[in-house]
Design a protein around this ligand. Structure first.
Ligand code: ADP
Ligand code: ADP
Length: 230
């Protein structure tokens, strides 16, 4: 299901005066596609991702996820949409260190007061190649494996879209490749929709489409293959 951003604006009123983080962003992340968002530090990439995922409210413009305009939702409906329709992956994994891989995957559902079926949790970890790491805690896993647990957790509610903010930023080259291969496979084999912020052209090269952000505006669009040569 597609995610659409229309004329999105975001202004922060910081101590040093107002900052325009997003300045009229219009784009569409089509179902079953992999988009990378690139741009200099401070160009608004994280703000774009947070607004598109409903984690932050834009100052102007609209975000539509699978036909639902986020601005039309009340707080309860928005919380539910964030939980059920959106997956989010962070640079530093955000796993709970005292919980096993399986417990981490099940956590968002448990926090929502629902039961997570053990077989489904196993299947989610198998989907990211960690069928044999179900009972391991984060410190017993490599960085790449931890990120794959985080991806399994983010996908567990079958969200319409997976947002990833520098998912390979804390990984070495080899484990980055494992995570990027996994993300690519989720799009190719499972028809997932992924939007990934990255400053790494090698990471962006696995995307179908690369959106370039400068000063809160989209200034260019490339294919992933072109991004690798920039
Ligand atoms: P990027 O992810 O491309 O580095 P960000 O989206 O983090 O860019 O930030 C875009 C701009 O908005 C920057 O100038 C940043 O300083 C500013 N900004 C981001 N978050 C806040 C905030 N919570 N309060 C004030 N300014 C912010
Ligand atoms: P953080 O590292 O931000 O402190 P936690 O380690 O507490 O986050 O939680 C890790 C993950 O557990 C979150 O990314 C989220 O998926 C899930 N989670 C945490 N708190 C909640 C909550 N109140 N509702 C739903 N999911 C939650």
């Amino acid at each position: 299901m597609a995610v659409e951003l229309h004329d999105l604006g975001k202004r922060y009123d910081g101590g040093a005066g107002p900052v325009t983080a997003l300045d009229g962003v219009t784009t569409r992340f089509a179902e079953g596609t992999f988009t990378a968002v690139m741009g200099p530090s401070g160009s608004g990439k994280s703000t774009l991702l947070h607004c598109a995922a409903g984690l932050e409210a834009p100052t102007s413009g609209t975000v539509t996820i699978a036909g639902t305009r986020l601005g039309d939702l009340g707080e309860t409906a928005l919380t539910r949409l964030r939980r059920d329709r959106v997956g989010f992956v962070f640079q530093d994994f955000n796993l709970v260190s005292s919980l096993t891989a399986a417990q981490n995957v099940a956590l968002p559902l448990r926090l929502a007061g629902r039961r997570a079926d053990d077989e489904l949790v196993r299947a989610a970890l198998a989907e990211v190649g960690l069928a044999d790491r179900v009972g391991h805690r984060p410190r017993e896993l490599s960085g790449g494996q931890q990120q794959r647990v985080a991806i399994a957790r983010a996908l567990f509610t079958r969200p319409a879209v997976l947002f990833a903010d520098e998912p390979t930023g804390a990984l070495d080259n080899r484990t980055s490749h494992q995570v990027l291969d996994l993300l690519r496979g989720l799009v190719d084999r499972h028809g997932r929709t992924i939007v990934m912020v990255t400053h790494d052209p090698v990471a962006a090269a696995v995307a179908d489409r690369v959106v370039l952000l400068v000063d809160g505006r989209i200034t260019d669009e490339l294919t992933g293959a072109d991004a690798a040569t920039v």
